[in-house]
Design a protein around this ligand. Structure first.
Ligand code: DHB
Ligand code: FE
Length: 286
């Protein structure tokens, strides 16, 4: 038996969502609109519990700072502490890793000519913990735990030059091959996170582009190869400077099989903090 990827999950990672959860504000009407889009996903996670989550996200100058900026970094550690991003660490459980599968993926993907940085120690910021909270609900930081081990995969979308959508999509295919060559019966989910349209600074701060976001979702589902060919400048012009985070979704999509996926959930909401929230759950067709 080999490991296999059965599904992919996509979601924004707005830090204010984590703050709302951590400060008990999730019942407020403003946040209710956001969280109701994840009710389905929370149940789906329980009904389809993976053995491992391969979580593609971006670090926001937290673990790496601007001193060292790996383009693609794979976490091979046994565990990861939630990072202190200036307000103390989020009160969420430690993230357990999967060093054996992560090392295997590193070996396979590097041999497929993608130069990954191997990370044996790092803290994980809102880019990773907010998606986990959205999909798994709040967990007690000491007595609780996330449902399964997580392999963090950090992508530089903060400091240019950043990788293209095409490279991300091709990397996803290499990750799929790597997982499928791991000699253990594991059900793996791959998550693509960040986005959707947002711009946090400058004269265009607050930019939201509903039409473009929804066209991105349509195309990610039905024509990922076409979406992979879209250049950076389109993301930045249409979806704002931080809209570039969306290239990470192409890694998860590239890791799916070549048949049309089954769309289990699609959600879009504006606003949450300064951003548009998007969320998809895609299952691989047999
Ligand atoms: C916001 C969104 C982000 O993706 C981020 O990393 C920081 C802030 C925001 O909407 O405020
Ligand atoms: Fe971000």
């Amino acid at each position: 038996m080999a490991a296999r990827i059965t599904a992919s999950v996509y979601t924004s990672h707005v830090p204010a969502i984590g703050a709302a959860l951590d400060s008990g504000k999730s019942h407020e009407p403003y946040w209710q609109h956001v969280f109701k889009g994840y009710d389905y996903g929370k149940q789906w996670m329980k009904d389809n519990k993976p053995d491992v989550i391969f979580l593609v996200y971006n670090d926001h100058a937290t673990a790496f700072s601007l001193d060292m900026i790996p383009t693609f970094a794979i976490g091979t550690a046994a565990s990861y502490q939630p990072a202190d991003e200036g307000y103390g660490a989020r009160p969420v459980p430690v993230v357990q890793g999967h060093p054996e599968l992560a090392s295997h993926i590193a070996q396979s993907v590097i041999q497929q000519d993608f130069d990954l940085t191997i990370v044996n120690k790092m803290d994980v910021d809102h880019g990773l913990t907010v998606p986990l909270s959205l999909m798994c609900g709040q967990q007690d930081p000491t007595t609780g735990s996330w449902p399964c081990p997580v392999i963090p995969f950090a992508v530089n979308v903060v400091q240019y030059p950043v990788p293209s959508g095409q490279r991300c999509y091709n990397l996803g295919k290499a990750i799929r091959k790597a997982v499928e060559s791991y000699d253990e019966d594991l059900n793996v989910h791959i998550w693509g996170t960040g986005g959707m349209s947002h711009q946090l600074q400058g004269p265009r701060a607050g930019l939201i582009n509903r039409e473009w976001d929804n066209a991105f979702l349509d195309r990610l589902i039905a024509d990922p190869a076409g979406q992979a060919a879209v250049p950076h400048i389109d993301y930045v012009r249409e979806a704002g400077s931080e809209g570039i985070e969306l290239v990470m979704w192409l890694i998860a999509r590239g890791a799916m099989n070549d048949k049309p996926p089954v769309v289990k959930q699609r959600f879009y909401h504006v606003p949450a903090s300064n951003t548009a929230v998007g969320h998809l759950i895609l299952e691989n067709s047999k």
